[in-house]
Design a protein around this ligand. Structure first.
Ligand code: 5AD
Ligand code: SF4
Length: 476
């Protein structure tokens, strides 16, 4: 039997594009008493795709579900509620989700009471919603990035055998005090801001996650202090453009001020992602130079090494400016490791322009990069730009770039051979049960033999050999 909708509100990308200057509301989250206990005796599983922003949202949704009484399980077949938290950044991420939804249909046949939910960035797109409604009638709950806090209401509708679809195309608010179930016992994500106002011409994020809005400094500082008190060893500050932190608050407090304040907290490691080259400035460099718990690693997406392409991407900096800033950073934080994101085959990118990206990689010597073939996103300006390259040409550029990136990644790892490095021990290596695995201050993955009691501790390890994807060490 076809189910009715309890709520039915679709997204509108045209609205999502707007920045109306509306004041951000800070809302203290609380679960309405009527929903408490609706998950008693029931189980859930969240499958998360995409960036750390989604991982962070999934932690909060787990927190909400557990507050409702649900218990987490690891296998789909054991779950009463399965939720897919999706990513819209590239087409292949989206195709993967439709594959998953096709597969899950079989489980629903075996278990008709199973509630299937889908949320995240992909849901903010009109075309996706149409496709899901047409092709996936087995999906019960659909919601977007702005309303994860309404999960109790959507579940209560689903438990009454109705569907819900609610995607809000708004600039967004900030919810504080959302319960959070963190996956890792020693490392935590902390959102410092939400949304993005950059509107890079290839990117869907400003449409799917609303406007840039910063949490109040005291809320972030308190959260980091609480994590430190709980014994967490590492915090990663999250935002689409952390260097813009505070600009919307009008309280004369910026990202570098936040780093300086967090530098005083007794948590051993602070990382942050993602920075934007236009907003990455001398004050952030000065804060990073404080060292201590601020790790000597910067992930700074450059996207292209050609000024004309950067302009068409709306990135608002030149390759020269990027190099100048990185030279300053290298001087202020000796030995810093720099990683990046690069897009190849942006519409109209010529061979010469691609070669400029290769030259920039030589100039910076990135010690790692996430590299992508440009993927058109409906509703973004670049999706309309002509792109005459063949699929083979695009792949060839990616291969050529990856080869160079791998050379510098290896070179960056080799510089640690023979050195003693400080490692936060994450757990047992996935590839060798006899080995422990962790990350160095420079964010290098390192494996070494040691007792599992060391998990969660910071230990000294001597680097014996370096490879492209990891270091091999011995406990000191
Ligand atoms: N196509 C390919 N890569 C993209 N990214 C963002 N949008 C696209 C797109 N349409 C990449 C950028 C960004 C990273 C998170 O994903 O490099 O920094
Ligand atoms: Fe997308 Fe650009 Fe914002 Fe990053 S800064 S999320 S690439 S629009």
């Amino acid at each position: 039997m076809k189910k009715e909708y309890g709520i039915n509100n679709k997204p509108d990308l045209n609205l999502a594009r707007k920045r109306l200057g509306r004041e951000t509301k800070i809302i203290d989250f609380k679960i309405d008493d009527v929903y408490l206990g609706i998950g008693d005796g029931k189980t859930y599983l969240i499958k998360t795709y995409g960036c750390q922003g989604n991982l962070s949202d999934s932690g909060k949704m787990s927190g909400i579900l557990e507050a409702l009484g649900f218990t987490r399980v690891e296998e789909e077949i054991d779950a009463d509620f399965i939720l897919f938290n999706t990513c819209a950044i590239r087409e292949n991420a989206e195709n993967r989700i439709f594959g998953e939804l096709g597969r899950i249909k079989k489980i629903k046949k075996q278990k008709p009471d199973l509630i299937i939910g889908i949320c995240g960035c992909m849901m903010q797109e009109e075309a996706t919603i149409e496709k899901i409604q047409k092709k996936c009638p087995h999906v019960d709950v659909i919601f977007g990035t702005h309303n994860i806090v309404k999960l109790p209401e959507y579940l209560s509708i689903a438990l009454n055998n109705k569907k819900s679809l609610e995607v809000m195309s708004i600039e967004g608010d900030i919810y504080e005090n959302v319960p959070n179930v963190r996956d890792h016992p020693y490392k935590a994500w902390v959102d410092i801001m939400y949304g993005c106002d950059e509107f890079c011409t290839y990117c869907i994020v400003p449409y799917t996650r609303g406007k840039e809005r910063s949490r109040m400094p005291k809320d972030i500082i308190n959260e980091v202090q609480q994590l430190a008190d709980l014994g967490y060893k590492e915090v990663t500050l999250l935002g689409q453009n952390v260097d813009a932190y505070g600009k919307d608050l009008n309280i004369n407090y910026t990202f570098s001020d936040l780093l300086v304040d967090l530098n005083k907290i007794n948590i051993p490691r602070i990382r942050f992602t993602t920075s934007h080259p236009r907003d990455f400035d001398d004050t952030t460099i000065a804060a990073m130079a404080l060292g201590g718990n601020i790790m000597p690693h910067l992930h700074l997406p450059v996207q292209s090494g050609n000024d004309e392409v950067l302009k068409r991407m709306n990135r608002k900096y030149t390759s020269g400016e990027y190099i100048e800033k990185m030279n300053k950073l290298k001087e202020s934080v000796p030995g810093i490791s720099i990683t990046t994101d690069i897009i190849v085959a942006f519409p109209g990118e010529t061979e010469e322009q691609f070669q400029d990206t290769m030259k920039l990689v030589d100039a910076i010597e990135f010690e790692g990069a996430f590299t992508f073939i440009y993927s058109p996103r409906i509703g973004t300006p670049a999706a309309k730009y002509p792109n005459p390259l063949t699929e083979d040409e695009k792949k060839q550029r990616l291969l050529t770039l990856n080869k160079k990136i791998n050379e510098y990644t290896l070179k960056g790892n080799k510089r640690f051979e023979g050195e003693i490095v400080e490692v936060l021990v994450d757990g047992i290596s996935k590839t060798d049960a006899d080995m422990l695995t962790g990350y160095t201050r420079h964010n290098k993955l390192i494996n070494f033999k040691g007792p599992k009691e060391l998990i969660g501790q910071i230990v000294s390890v001597k680097v014996k050999r370096s490879f492209t994807w990891h270091l091999l060490g011995e406990l000191e």
